[in-house]
Design a protein around this ligand. Structure first.
Ligand code: SAM
Length: 236
């Protein structure tokens, strides 16, 4: 059913949420009823065709205890809890998200760990937390969900906040090999449900960075090219 725009304007779960989230992903990430039902690891497992653990490891293996980590958006299931536990009490783990219900879920998972903060912010505008220089900044399956203009803004904001010697990690979709049958399933999914995802099939992640040449971009692909993990560091 189409939502009434006047009532959305005063609904606290919709206040300040970007248009692409309510227009494209309302049931998946914004409507509290659906989000409560979907916030489970088995949902992520199905969405990622059982590749969830190795894709999460690609990020989690980069975390060392005591690091200062910024994760750009909440992810269903136990990823944020595992990342925060790995950081541990000698480090800091900051989770941002743009959607109120996702912030609630982030608090529920992280508030018992006092080295964590859950902050409502658009990843493209997040200005960091005073006096914290991040060792690791991670975008886990966020870029394919946002319009192209926002992809540029998010990537550039991440790289602006990235100190020398630190790493940015992107885990997301990629252009699957022609022999990979999942390619054709995803074509349909993208057509009907994920209008911004196929840009990542056609563009390398570095093409969203204004100063890409100042960084090294190490890419690894998974599952016949369906997914990628790209680790980015300053050249010197
Ligand atoms: C990380 S992505 C998808 C991850 C994965 N598919 C899952 O199972 O959760 C979903 C999250 O991105 C958030 N999000 C979307 N646009 C955002 C933005 N511009 N800044 C921060 N968070 C954003 C949504 O609110 C949602 O919580």
């Amino acid at each position: 059913m189409t939502k009434n725009h006047a009532s959305l304007a005063i609904d606290p779960y919709y206040e300040g949420v970007p248009a692409y989230m309510t227009e494209v992903y309302d049931w998946a990430y914004v409507d509290p009823k659906w989000v409560r039902a979907l916030d489970h690891i088995w949902v992520v497992r199905i969405l990622l065709f059982l590749n969830d653990q190795r894709l999460m490891r690609a990020y989690l293996n980069e975390i060392k205890p005591g690091m200062r980590v910024w994760q750009l958006a909440h992810v269903y299931g136990d990823l944020v809890t595992r990342a925060a536990q790995k950081v541990g009490p000698t480090g800091s783990f900051h989770l941002t998200d743009v959607t109120p219900i996702q912030i609630e879920h982030g608090h529920r998972k992280l508030d018992s760990m006092d080295w964590t903060k859950v902050i409502r912010s658009d990843a493209a505008d997040f200005d960091g937390v005073k006096s914290v220089d991040y060792d690791l900044i991670c975008s886990f399956f966020l870029l394919h969900e946002v319009p192209d203009e926002k992809k540029y803004e998010i990537v550039n904001n991440m790289l602006e906040k990235l100190p020398k010697g630190s790493k940015a990690v992107f885990v997301d979709y990629h252009n699957p090999a022609k022999w990979q049958p999942i390619r054709y399933i995803l074509k349909l999914v993208n057509h009907y449900l994920e209008p911004f995802a196929e840009a990542l099939w056609n563009n390398e992640l570095c093409s969203y960075a204004t100063n890409a040449e100042r960084f090294t971009w190490r890419k690894k692909t998974f599952f016949g090219g369906v997914y990628q993990c790209v680790v980015v560091e300053h050249k010197d």
